[in-house]
Design a protein around this ligand. Sequence first.
Ligand code: PLP
Length: 382
Amino acid sequence: MVRESWEIATYEGGHLTIDLAAIRTNYAVIAARVAPARVAAVVKADAYGLGAVAVVQALVAEDCRDFFVAHLAEALELKPFLPADAHLYVLNGLPPGAEAACAAAGVLPVLNSWEQAMAWRDLAVRQQRRSPAVLQIDTCMSRLGLSPEDVARLGEVPAFFDQVEIKLVMSHLACADMPGALANQEQLARFEALAGLLPPAPRSLANSAGSFVGPAFHGDLVRAGLALYGAGPFEGMASLMQQAARLDARVIQVRTVQPGTGVGYGLTFTASRNTQIATVAVGYADGWPRRLGGRGAAYFKGVRLPIIGRVSMDSMTLDVTALANGALTPGDTVELIGPHQTLEDVAADADTITYEILTNLGRRYRRTYVGETVHPPLEVVA
Ligand SMILES: *Cc1c(COP(=O)(O)O)cnc(C)c1O
């Protein structure tokens, strides 16, 4: 399915290939794992950089009907591509004054604070209807969500639960990437106690990694992001997922330099022998971490090609001496993310997390979607 090298001539510096079949498979893997809980797809930040519209359409075909984004702006963009029976949630809640726009679009806000909860209730009162929303409880992370005190006093607000229909009660795990962490058990206990103070509603606590912490964490709805895109913060999870993103960079120049020759900005690399160098057209402006200068690598036909010197804005240099002379020529492509180098490998070399690598990839590459759903694409409703 993924090719060793790109034959198509391109005008871009690199190729991002997104495997929708892999994303569907990853969804099915998580869904089977956490059943009977349902699985929502977290498609914020343009589906972690891979293209929210394409990802949503692929997952609708897997019967996914719950989608989370971070901002109302993201929700409004995505809404026309969702079937009528799907739910779209805004994780970051609403800025003051955005309530009417959110309600008009049929988008569900995550109420993260007392002020947001009251503003949503006020809108419902003004519109004389019961307005659906998600309630988030802060169970220790101190990031988003109502405090335990606020949860307890919601019941004192006259008719709050008559005006606001709680579709889902949620919280978020701080340490899901460490399944053995005691903090997970503490958060679960706090979540169950606080949710118990509210009228009965479906519950959601786990992100991708949280679905590996234990069945008690699955609740009614798991919010999966990273796993869908083929990565995982620990080995037992990453190995279950299919890689969904492949990145290839175009070679634009090849040269051989003598010992003593410097390479790149700051001349941080000096050749110690005759060195064959390939310049490829991907740099930090393409979201490829500058940190990988002198640390990361690319691959060509399975051969590791170290990045030498600094990563520039639009290009970087590889030591390709390990390849036969002339094996690599301008127009060829080298693998940056793919079968020989996973997202996890790149993140480890760059001292960061796979989330940051994925979401930084940006819009500069030629994008190709493979493994399209066999179902016809959804019609966009105006
Ligand atoms: C981003 C996010 C998720 C998805 O997390 P993954 O680790 O990518 O599965 C789930 N819940 C909340 C609240 C989030 O912000």
